[in-house]
Design a binder for this molecule. Structure first.
Ligand SMILES: Nc1ncnc2c1ncn2[C@@H]1O[C@H](COP(=O)(O)OP(=O)(O)OP(=O)(O)O)[C@@H](O)[C@H]1O
Length: 275
């Protein structure tokens, strides 16, 4: 039996009178790709934000690798091995692709500030190692040849890959992906499925929030369905596809297969104009 890397119990998050996540229990098995699906507003991004530590919970408990992390800050969770991507791209537009990926090594450095000020050998070695790791991560997503290009000069689909390289460069234990297929075309989505499988093969467990079933179904070992902030179902892709309540609430046509937010649309148009 596989052990759980992430364990969530009784997790609730209120925004004023609205309960965005209500008493959710969930386990993500070590080494799995776990999908989190549900209609718009079901609480998926809120749950991801609670796991990454970007927002605090109202009540409940989160354990990672057997250790309670419910009150840990974002940086501490990142150092422990939880990394993420965002629904809307958060790249540094004026920095190169390589520099954007190097940012993902923040928190992994060991030299004290005086090493940087004096440009010691230790600091130069550490910087060289970070550049090498960033180049490896870019090679992994197929963008090494674009290392020196400014991030905002890339097409939108490639910018999403840069974000993926930045999230994986520190070799996280748990990778949280928030709608990575948003704005991608069919061929790019198929490559994304391969990439998700390759990241998992490298030893990273993945929690995937996604509306595109052509990405979710072939990638995931297990899927949890949220509806109105509550867990509606949990099971294998085949079980979820056949679940009557899930079909009624979501898969029966209530979801949009290809979906972009206005912000993603704007980012795509900017990328198109620049490339
Ligand atoms: N910061 C916030 N303040 C107030 N309400 C919020 C906040 N963040 C989310 N919500 C509300 O919580 C509910 C769940 O939102 P959330 O973004 O988690 O849903 P989602 O399942 O990710 O939706 P989508 O698929 O559209 O991205 C929604 O009703 C949303 O309006």
């Amino acid at each position: 039996m596989t052990s759980a890397l992430l364990e969530i119990a009784g997790l609730t998050r209120r925004f004023g009178g609205l309960v965005a996540v209500r008493d959710v229990a969930m386990e993500v098995a070590q080494g799995s790709v776990h999908g989190l699906i549900g209609p718009n507003g079901a609480g998926k991004t809120t749950l991801l934000n609670l796991i990454s530590g970007h927002i605090p919970s109202s009540s409940g408990r989160i354990a990672f690798g057997g250790e309670e992390i419910t009150r840990w800050a974002v940086d501490r969770r990142a150092r422990a091995g939880i990394r993420r991507t965002f629904q809307n791209l958060k790249l540094f537009r004026d920095m190169t692709v390589l520099e954007n990926v190097m940012v993902g090594m923040h928190g992994e450095t060991h030299c004290e500030i005086w090493h940087s000020l004096l440009r010691t050998r230790a600091q130069r070695n550490e910087e060289a190692a970070i550049v090498e790791r960033a180049r490896e991560a870019l090679d992994f997503v197929g963008l090494l040849h674009l290392s020196d290009t400014k991030a905002d000069e890339l097409p939108y689909g490639s910018q999403r890959l840069v974000e993926m390289a930045r999230a994986t460069v520190a070799r996280p234990k748990l990778l949280l992906l928030d709608e990575p297929a948003a704005g991608l075309n069919g061929a790019e989505s198929r490559r994304l499925v391969d990439l998700i499988k390759a990241i998992r093969a490298g030893g990273t467990t993945i929690l995937l929030v996604e509306h595109h079933m052509d990405v979710v179904m072939p990638s995931c070992d297990c899927i949890t369905v949220l509806n109105y902030g509550q867990r509606l179902a949990n099971g294998s892709p085949a079980e979820i596809r056949a679940h009557p309540e899930v079909i009624k609430a979501y898969l029966g046509g209530g979801y949009r297969k290809r979906r972009t937010t206005p912000e993603q649309q704007q980012q795509m148009e900017l990328a198109r104009a620049a490339s």
